[in-house]
Design a protein around this ligand. Structure first.
Ligand code: GAR
Length: 202
């Protein structure tokens, strides 16, 4: 089994990154984490990735100002340099332009802390509480051109319970995130393998 070469893109803490790294330690997991990239030099997740012996890179968005595509070209060069086949966004807090999304069509996953299509964007836990939602959760989806859009791979719902605060709800959702992201990456790899094998048989 040749394992798919995956890059994880982070901006901060990197707990979903850790969940993916841990899952990929299983000998039968179909992907290896080949690279972790952060757009923030101070992202806490970078140290953890290094401690795991994983190659890391920083592509700081700040020097590029409003030129989103120039930032993305620099990012793309890093991904190509490491022969990356699939990308997982894991708390990567930059909007992506169609330029990058098209290059990774069907090969880029994102995790979002809500049951999409509900609560796209930021502050999902606060908004779920304000809406009186009885259930909330997490979604892993293939990245499409619109914000927090694209085919859903996996979702997990969690209950909203009496007395929940943003923090308690976020913590419950985060546990679900850590369960579904590794599963979703595995599903994407298997689906792509099936597609490729299907094509070669025709
Ligand atoms: C996670 O809850 C993730 O779903 C969310 O940021 C957090 C990152 O945590 N992503 C977004 O809000 C994307 N718009 P982590 O760095 O510990 O994985």
């Amino acid at each position: 089994m040749t394992r798919k070469r995956v890059a994880i893109l982070i901006s901060g803490r990197g707990s979903n990154m850790v969940a993916l790294i841990e899952a990929a330690k299983a000998p039968d997991y179909p992907a290896e984490i080949s690279l972790v990239v952060s757009n923030r030099p101070d992202a806490a997740g970078l140290a953890r990735a290094k401690a795991e012996g994983i190659a890391t890179a920083v592509v700081d968005h700040k020097p590029y100002g409003k030129d989103r595509e120039a930032f993305e070209r620099a990012l793309q060069a890093v991904l190509e340099g490491r022969r990356i086949e699939l990308v997982c966004l894991a708390g990567f807090m930059r909007l992506l332009s169609p330029w990058l999304v098209e290059r990774w069509q069907g090969r880029m996953l994102n995790i979002h802390p809500a049951l999409l299509p509900a609560f796209k964007g930021l502050d999902t836990h606060r908004r779920a509480l304000a809406a009186g939602a009885q259930a909330h959760g997490a979604t892993v989806h293939v990245v499409g051109n619109e914000l927090d859009s694209g085919p859903i791979v996996l979702q997990e719902a969690v209950p909203v319970v009496a007395g929940d605060t943003e923090e308690t709800l976020a913590a419950r959702v985060l546990e679900a995130e850590h369960r579904i992201y590794p599963q979703a990456l595995k599903l994407l790899v298997q689906k792509r393998v099936q597609e490729i094998e299907g094509k070669s048989r025709r």
